[in-house]
Design a binder for this molecule. Structure first.
Ligand code: FAD
Length: 431
């Protein structure tokens, strides 16, 4: 997009919402930034549901999400762009009392952080989602939550970063991070070297691979999420809804973004086996949540491990154009469930469908901050299925860490060293 810099204050690897937000806040503080990336801004960041939710989170994330929510409310003004922000609340539905009890356990967290989250009984649900069919014992509702368009938001951060002087390169993967005397020295990209004292790892699902080139073991599991968009209908609800059978939100044009509930698709690869020890303890407790697929991705990862393969020569480039297939059964199920939940809707068609790999840390909270072993190497990754909502605050805090030496909110709970310390707790989120 512009003349090729050979030196930068910071190189951000990955231009998803996290990388672009980091670049934007750094550029606003006068730092020259180079964001390295694939062919369009973001991977997961353009494929997600678009939920911006505070409710149901791990208590560790709450201070960040409260501030993120405040930022989201002013983001269209700040970025000067239409990102389809709708502050219509978030409703998690419960089909049985066990689920309601789980929601109830989270209420002390809401109270501690002053969030007006409420449990709704069945007869109160219609006030939030008019015409919602029965079959639920109740739900958990936070009126201040919202949703936005993933592509528009990621693109808006990318454009705002450029407008403030960041440099953004396309189709220019970082192949290697160079180091000298225990500190980062720069990166080697497909199109040459860039010297920089700070490198931010915002490479989403590829962060683990990038870290491995430096001898850093970052545990990351990949889960394949399938999403679809329906044909438009007149407005029904502004609230984003997460039910046991379908999650949905209605967009400004009247179409719904939908995703099926039920087991998560995990495509087994060599990495699944390599990282087993980190995931096994929590996996056994949640094994009903996963459906394992042994097929093309496993074969591809085995072929990638062969000496002389493209993957061995260029481990950070070879699967850049990876487009995981959406699960057709999930698309069918989610549409049928949406029509069941909102029976007054006319028959809907599927306008588009897609899938994306979600990167998940063993404790389902992100990894933020400098790697203790390597000065200048900063993690901003591992958002575990909820990093769209956290993108703006994660980018701002990482920029503060780099510019001021200290972020304005405590991120010590997200330190990379927790894995080596064996301090990986059980996930404490309820959604
Ligand atoms: C189906 C689905 C539904 C989701 N729903 C929600 C939701 O409702 N709410 C929510 O908050 N979150 C949701 N998420 C999660 C959310 O999308 C992610 O947590 C978030 O987008 C992560 O942003 P990122 O910038 O870290 O990653 P990404 O957007 O994946 O960006 C990483 C970028 O790094 C680039 N990259 C990787 N390696 C290199 C390299 N070596 N050199 C250069 N570039 C590199 C990639 O090309 C990519 O563009 C969902 C995710 C999916 C897939």
């Amino acid at each position: 997009m512009e003349a090729r810099a050979r030196e930068a204050d910071v190189v951000v690897v990955g231009a998803g919402i996290v990388g672009c937000a980091t670049a934007y806040f750094l550029a606003r503080r006068g730092m020259r930034v180079v964001v390295e990336r694939g062919r369009v801004p973001g991977e997961q960041s353009r494929k997600n549901w678009g939920f911006v939710r505070q409710q149901g989170r791990d208590p560790l994330e709450m201070p960040l999400m409260l501030e993120a929510n405040r930022m989201w409310r002013g983001l269209e003004r700040e970025l000067g762009a239409d990102i389809e922000w709708i502050q219509g609340g978030n409703l998690a539905l419960a089909a049985d009392e066990t689920r309601m009890a789980r929601f109830e356990q989270w209420l002390p967290v809401a109270r501690e952080f002053g969030l007006p989250t409420r449990l709704l009984r069945a007869h109160e649900l219609n006030a939030v989602v008019p015409g919602l069919a029965g079959g639920f014992v109740g739900g958990m509702h936070t009126p201040g939550d919202g949703h936005a368009d993933p592509e528009k938001t990621t693109d808006a951060f990318a454009r705002a970063a450029l407008a403030h002087g960041a440099s953004l390169r396309f189709a220019c993967a970082v192949q290697r991070v160079t180091t000298r005397a225990g500190a980062v020295d720069g990166v080697v990209t497909e199109h040459g070297e860039i010297r920089a004292p700070t490198v931010v790892c915002a490479a989403g699902a590829w962060s683990s691979r990038l870290a491995r080139t430096l001898g850093l073991a970052l545990p990351q599991r990949w889960v394949r999420g399938t999403v679809a968009r329906t044909t438009p209908v007149p407005a029904v609800t502004a609230c984003a809804v997460w039910g046991p059978g379908v999650a949905f939100r209605q967009r400004r044009d009247g179409s719904f973004t939908i995703a099926a509930g039920g087991a998560l698709d995990h495509d087994v690869t060599l990495d699944s086996l390599r990282q087993l020890r980190f995931f096994l303890p929590n996996f056994w407790k949640n094994k009903a949540m996963f459906r394992f697929h042994i097929g093309r991705p496993l074969l591809a990862s085995l072929a990638a491990a062969l000496p002389g393969s493209a993957a061995r020569r260029q481990p950070l480039v070879w699967d850049r154009d990876l487009e995981p297939p959406p699960n057709p059964a999930k698309v069918r199920r989610s549409l049928a469930e949406l029509q069941r939940l909102l029976p007054a809707l006319p028959p809907l068609g599927i306008a588009s469908r897609w899938a994306g790999y979600i990167d998940a840390a063993p404790d389902l909270v992100p990894v933020l901050g400098e790697a203790p072993q390597l000065r200048g190497f900063v993690f901003a990754t591992g958002f575990s299925g909820h990093g769209f909502a956290m993108g703006p605050i994660a980018g701002r805090l990482v920029s503060e860490l780099i510019v001021d030496g200290k972020p304005s909110l405590d991120i010590s709970g997200f330190r990379f060293s927790r894995f080596a310390e064996g301090a990986i707790g059980r996930p404490r989120n309820v959604l």
